[in-house]
Design a protein around this ligand. Sequence first.
Ligand code: ADP
Ligand code: MG
Length: 328
Amino acid sequence: MSESEFDIIRTYFSNIGDSPDWLITGVGDDAAIVSTNPEQQLLVAIDTMNVGIHFPVNTSPEDIGYKSLAVNISDIAAMGGQPLWFTLALSLPEIDHAWLKGFASGLSDMAKCFKLDLIGGDTTRGSLSITIQIAGVVENGKALQRSGAQPGDDIYVTGYLGDAAAGLQCIQQGSGRYTTRQKDLINRLHRPTPRIEVGKRLVEHASACIDLSDGLASDLRHILEASAVNGAVGAELNLDSIPLSESFRNIGLGQETCQNLALTGGDDYELCFTASSSERETIESISQQTGCLISRIGQTTQTPGLFVIDQQQKKVITTLGFDHFASS
Ligand code: ADP
Ligand code: MG
């Protein structure tokens, strides 16, 4: 039996506690939703980055600091929230001031982008590991969740997909000397852009939303699983509509590899969301207001399964995105 991190979470960690009234959504979405006052709800998310798994061994401390916070902010974006503050639990093999200075500088750069305060944490000795917990707020009852998709909803993504996975390939196969295009892709891997402005504007327009950390195929499945109660259990994606950046298309990987990476590669931290077809003009104007590319890539269906339409042919997607325990 192949076990996934999601099986572990479901089996061991999804039923601890009595689900009090103030807990609107617990385990299972991009952030928990906690009711604090009549106007606003608190959003809480946490993510860990481990050396050699979440970032290659030679990643600069500035990039590690920047990305550790960016991926957490992205979870608040996926809920349509405004991030407020974060805490940091840092495990370090040794005291290395040059490394710490770089890490703090990257962390601070990302914090400034969204005016966030670091309000506490914990520092210990051990293998390099960074855990950030973030809190944000959303207007009462307005959080975007994974569970709202209806059958026949449009499926959208922000930005370009596959860049980060291609950037990782460049690092894994490269000599350390990179072309401008390769540097672009590596930068997308190390410095994702949390889509807070888009997420906030999607409130009341998107029916479901998730951020893409493990890859489109894997993360869209989370929306479908959570939205199965509404009958939205499958999806059809138009392969030609999946947005690929200029650098990605011209890096010499070939069209099929590019499309596969865009479908299954992780670390893009773009938003994937669904919305009724009556929202098309609004989504278009959100794209214009924020200057963020938003592409309509398919539709949810009542037929189970994830399919791609490639030149009139319908193919089922069998490959999944990243799973920490997939090969164990
Ligand atoms: P994301 O990719 O958005 O960070 P994850 O896939 O890591 O989300 O987690 C899915 C859901 O499971 C989230 O709601 C998360 O809070 C929850 N979760 C993950 N690990 C644990 C754990 N060890 N204990 C409790 N909840 C967990
Ligand atoms: Mg997420």
